[in-house]
Design a protein around this ligand. Structure first.
Ligand code: ZN
Length: 1142
């Protein structure tokens, strides 16, 4: 097996050596059990143990492997790099210089200077600089938006469409094939909590399904949410499980998508999307041995190509989407492009193509799925038969099918099917049959399945009708479509179906009702989710390392590995649940929001336990001294979140003249200089490295009120030098220290008689606010702020020299006076925003110190901070902006932060999709204001010929560029009414919410005219790394006071940083085949980021090198073979397989 694989690898490298692929996620399974990851011992002791190190990968889809290799050989080379890094660190036991990678692994405390020039090679730029060529029949969504009038004329019975006609003989040669796909849309939380829905509805649906599908083999059912399915599975007996397995084997039950939930595609970060997909797919593999083939997303409020990409890479071939702007649907219907291959904007060929069906009508309910006329289709929803609980709003009820009416009813339904089929290029038509939480009662199963079977029997027994109608699953439908459309299974292309590139935001379902409100609704929880994701990733990685090290020392039984794995699994599932399209979207009922919040909150606590437990083992110098005592943890986190809806608070570390160890965990794969701030009980602090070198530190006040400093707590800040994925150690003690200096303060307030208290330790200056400006600066940036408002007015990047006007302001939106008003989903503003003008002038507090300088402005509704870190690294390159927003007292108002610059960006701007890729946008005057808002998960920017201004965010929010040079982001919304999308309430549960951003001003060295029409764009390397550092801050943990006697040592799992353009998405320990504990395998998920090379490579502060955009021959598979996984401990030759996670 091994030999065969090796041959394949070599051959693929030869044949596809020039293929380039930049933005790819994929996973491989890395066996960690025998890795040597302990560096506390003399390195020489570790030599020779590497042969135990094993890289092993599940052996499942060798064909798939071959294709992946063909597509992604470059990525594979990068994975080789990283694995070599991992393995070398294992071998050497400590970091060092790696040939070919200029990253240095300097010991903490030594002076570290980033290289002046980052050596970016032309090969690095092949991806981003490539010219875009559209396929002959390609549809580009940006061009569609140019084309459409968005005039919303009345289309008759199909209100948002047009009259559909057909000739009766069209099917004489080839009959119409109708697939009626029964489904039930089960929201994992919306009007009820997940558990309440399960108890009241979902369990009955699934229980009845087993009975009712077995009654007739022709019946089918589709299920997609594994969160519900797995919960039900835990509660059913062996017989029922076997019955389910037989339904799946017979093709009566299909699991579509197979994610934990049907995720929100606007606010969810790709980490979360992948993780919930993995959780669902792993569950399916373990319990049912099933791999989903088709995606099913009928309810997310707009659709992202990131989802298409991830589904494709997860091994799916087909997908269905529903909530797309009605004008786009109408256009696609007229062009017959509703079935297409969805291709990534940045893909030059067809490797990312996935077959996609876009539902043509208003909704996924039965009135809008059988054909264009809802009044007719509603009569074929037999749950609405007279006497039932629901009826047809079009006032014509369904009739039960009898021998007397079957002909008339069948012809009526067939007419709808035929009309629907006119919108497509083949004679295969899809008719979903379901709605929210359908098929709960046995009688409903009978009503739908019996009546439809009679209709099908009639149609199929009349050859003159030229129709074959049946129940089907979504994959049955796609299989027939693929045959009819002559889809080549190898190339995923069809002579009949077009290619579409782009995204489907911002969704409108009718009139000017744009669903851009949910990009921001409940921002407190959008931030909490990002925090959980960051903790989850950090804990996954550290736990995987700890497990392998414990195993090597044969101490696994002393560590709570199973218990912690259960907590990890629970955290994955709570995070997965929150990716649901009514969860992270902020569109659930108040108590459902609390249920989600409580889950996130508990999982954050549990993940902190896992990190503390893992770090405890890893930093202990003498492993013999290890003992796990849950009641007295070895390490404590430096902050506490007091409740699910409260912001975290820093805990105060007690220092004395005996030094206390602070462990700083860097969860990123980059060596990093970063400011660590902890609260301590004394202003007299000495900070030392593990080697005993004193470190420069800044002591600043902890502010209890805007002008009242605490006398019991102080902020201690210093620049930590942390190794990639490593645990660095600093010693803190109470001592007079010349390298620790207090910050100085300047206060401004217009016309106020301010008194500043509690600042005995600090130099304080109080000045009147006036029309002058003041500045703060570091070695890269200088900011000018108004001494009246405290807000930024100009920004200078010292590298370029020129001062740019960059004005920051806050603005209010109200809601329209029309009947339909803004709510959780919709944004319906009362025109342009109005400037925020506070009743009282703000208190402005300027901090200046050796480590950072900061301007904090305290307004009534926002506490706004601008900070510059004095770091010679990445985190010195951008302005950190944090806003603590409180609009709990407002009435129908939304608050936004607006940045107005003198960049000539025209109507162009750029937003990310799911943190994964950039989508170019155009502000369109023909659309209402609210239609010009887009989701921002991590990034948005504007640019002109010379400059790019990037706003990076640590939480998903709605963003727009409404005027030349502007970027604005909605920060919170308080809305007093429902917006008629079923929620039945407004958004009035606002919290005190923290929003964090980074603002990056970059000089561009070149730009060209093609850029204006190119459908793709890429962040700079600096922007990528800045975003990662913003989203994954270092995690400080202090050694408990009772453990001061134990010796610790830094932990450095990687020999050097990963290449700058490779992101370690996750290192995720896989669940054991039996039981709830961990296996000996972990999934390593890597992402190669495409980046724009037209930015200065001087003085970036980056400590990594790039991959030169091509296969590095030095890392051919033989090397891995020879150096990493020679044989495992049992003498077997390990197998390697790269594959997707399905
Ligand atoms: Zn839903």
């Amino acid at each position: 097996m091994a030999v065969k694989l090796r041959m394949k690898l070599s051959r693929q490298f030869t044949v596809f050596g020039s293929a380039i692929f930049c933005v790819v996620v994929f996973s491989l399974y890395l066996m960690l059990d025998h890795l040597q990851l302990d560096h506390s011992k003399n390195p020489s002791n570790n030599v020779g143990k590497l042969q135990n190190g094993q890289l092993s990968i599940l052996q499942e889809k060798i064909d798939h492997l071959e294709r992946l290799l063909a597509e992604n050989n470059e990525i594979i080379s990068n994975i080789r790099d990283s694995i070599i890094n991992l393995s070398k660190s294992v071998k050497d036991g400590r970091g060092g210089l790696e040939a070919g990678n200029q990253s240095r692994a300097t010991m903490p405390g030594a002076v570290l200077t980033p290289p002046l020039v980052l050596p970016v090679q032309p090969e690095d730029c092949q991806f981003a600089a490539r010219s875009y060529s559209k396929s002959a029949e390609g549809v580009q969504m940006l061009e569609v938006y140019d084309l459409l009038a968005f005039d919303n004329p009345d289309g008759g019975v199909w209100k948002q469409g047009f009259d559909i006609t057909y000739e009766g003989h069209e099917w004489d040669q080839e009959p119409l094939q109708v697939f009626v796909v029964p489904h039930s849309h089960n929201d994992p939380g919306w009007l009820k909590t997940f558990d309440d829905y399960y108890r009241d509805q979902t369990q009955h649906i699934l229980n009845n399904m087993v009975v009712k599908l077995h009654e007739d083999v022709r019946r089918k059912m589709l299920w997609s949410e594994i969160s519900y399915f797995s919960k039900w599975w835990e509660n059913i007996d062996v017989q029922k499980r076997d019955a389910v397995r037989s339904l799946i084997e017979r093709g009566q039950l299909e699991i579509a998508t197979g994610g934990w939930v049907m995720p929100d595609e606007a606010n969810a970060h790709y980490f979360g999307i992948i993780d919930q997909l993995l959780e669902g797919h792993q569950w399916l593999e373990k319990n049912l041995g099933v791999k989903p083939r088709s995606g099913w997303a009928v309810d997310p409020f707009g659709h992202s190509p990131t989802m298409a990409y991830l589904l494709k890479r997860a091994g799916l071939s087909n997908m269905l989407i529903q909530r797309v702007h009605y004008s786009v649907k109408k256009h696609f219907a007229a062009q017959k492009t509703l079935e297409f291959f969805w291709r990534q904007n940045w893909d030059p060929d067809s490797s990312t193509d996935i077959l996609c069906h876009m539902m043509p009508f208003y909704s996924y309910d039965i009135p809008h799925t059988c054909g264009p006329d809802p009044k007719i289709c509603c009569q074929f929803d037999f749950k609405r038969l007279p006497g039932g609980r629901i009826s047809c709003p079009w006032r014509v009820p369904p009739q039960a099918i009898t021998d007397d009416n079957v002909q008339e009813r069948a012809l009526m339904l067939l007419d709808q099917y035929r009309k629907k089929s006119q919108l497509f290029r083949t004679k295969v038509v899809l008719a979903p049959l379901g709605d929210d939480f359908r098929y709960t009662e046995a009688s409903e199963w009978d009503q739908q399945f019996q009546n439809y079977q009679k209709l099908f029997d009639y149609m199929n027994s009349h050859p003159e009708l030229h129709v074959q109608a049946r129940f089907g699953t979504i994959s049955d439908f796609f299989a027939a479509l693929r045959v009819t459309a002559d889809v080549d299974p190898l190339t995923s292309s069809s002579p009949l179906l077009p290619v579409v590139s782009g995204d489907f935001f911002t969704y409108a379902d009718r009139d000017d009702h744009y669903w851009s409100g949910y990009f921001t609704s409940r921002p407190f929880y959008k931030r909490l989710d990002r925090l959980l994701e960051s903790y989850l990733r950090a804990a996954e990685i550290l736990y995987s390392f700890a497990l392998s090290s414990l195993k090597k020392h044969d101490r696994l039984n002393d560590f709570p590995s199973v218990e912690n794995y259960k907590l990890l699994t629970e955290a994955r599932r709570n995070m997965g649940l929150f990716q649901h399209h009514d969860a992270i979207a902020g569109t659930g009922k108040d108590w459902v929001v609390i249920d989600y919040g409580t889950r996130l909150f508990h999982s954050i606590l549990n993940l902190k336990h896992i990190m503390v437990n893992s770090a405890h083992w890893l930093v202990l110098k003498n492993k013999g001294e290890y003992s796990h005592q849950p009641s007295v943890p070895f390490l404590q986190m430096d902050d506490i979140q007091p409740a699910q809806d409260a912001l975290p608070r820093k805990t105060v570390l007690k220092l004395s003249d005996i030094s206390r160890v602070l462990v700083v965990y860097n969860p990123t794969e980059q060596e990093r200089l970063t400011v660590v701030t902890v609260y301590v009980n004394t202003p007299q602090v000495r900070v030392q490295t593990a080697a005993g070198h004193a470190v420069t530190a800044q002591v600043s006040a902890v502010w209890e009120e805007p002008t009242q400093a605490s006398s019991e707590a102080y902020q201690l800040s210093f620049v930590a030098h942390t190794s990639p994925l490593g645990l660095s150690l600093y010693h803190l003690s109470e001592a007079p220290e010349v390298r620790t200096a207090p910050a100085s303060y300047t206060f401004y307030q217009q016309g106020g008689d301010m008194s500043v208290a509690g600042t005995g330790q600090f130099r304080v200056n109080v000045l009147p606010g006036d029309s002058t400006t003041f500045t703060i600066e570091n070695s890269f940036l200088k900011i000018w702020c108004s001494s009246m408002s405290g807000l930024m007015e100009r920004l200078q990047s010292k590298e370029g020299g020129v001062k740019q006007e960059v004005r920051l302001a806050f603005v209010w939106y109200g809601t329209t006076s029309n009947r339909d008003k803004s709510g959780a989903y919709l944004f319906l503003p009362d025109g342009e925003a109005k400037e925020y003008s506070p009743k009282r002038p703000p208190v402005i507090r300027v901090t200046r110190g050796a480590i950072f300088s900061e301007v904090t402005t305290v307004f009534e509704h926002v506490t706004h901070s601008l900070r510059l870190n004095n770091i010679q690294g990445v985190e010195g390159q951008s302005v950190e902006i944090s806003n603590t927003v409180d609009i709990r007292g407002e009435f129908n108002r939304e608050i936004a932060m607006r940045i107005t610059s003198d960049l000539n960006s025209s109507d162009r701007f750029f937003t990310d999709l799911n943190g994964y890729q950039i989508q170019p946008r155009r502000m369109m005057a023909k659309l209402p204001l609210q239609a010009n808002f887009y989701p921002m998960t991590t990034t948005s920017y504007i640019q002109d010929e010379h400059l790019r201004l990037t706003l990076l965010t640590a939480q998903s929010l709605g963003v727009a560029s409404l005027k030349n040079g502007q970027l604005e982001v909605i920060m919170d919304r308080r809305l007093m009414q429902d917006d008629n999308r079923g929620l039945g309430q407004g958004v009035q549960d606002n919290k005190i919410t923290a929003n964090t951003f980074r603002l990056l001003l970059e000089r561009r060295s070149s730009s060209d005219a093609r850029e204006q029409v190119r459908p793709s764009s890429f962040p700079s390397l600096l922007s990528h790394i800045s975003s990662m550092f913003l989203n994954h801050p270092v995690i400080p943990m202090a050694v408990g006071l009772s453990y001061g006697h134990l010796h610790t040592a830094p932990y450095r799992p990687l020999r050097s940083s990963l290449p700058c353009d490779i992101h370690l998405v996750n290192l995720r320990t896989i669940q054991a085949g039996e039981g709830p504990g961990p296996s000996e395998e972990a999934a390593l998920i890597l992402h190669r980021r495409g980046f724009d090379c037209t930015f200065a490579s001087r003085n970036t502060g980056l400590l990594c090198a790039t991959t030169w955009g091509k296969v590095r021959r030095a890392f051919l598979p033989q090397i891995i073979w020879e150096k990493i996984n020679v044989i495992d401990s049992r003498g077997r030759v390990p197998r390697i397989q790269e594959h997707t996670w399905a």
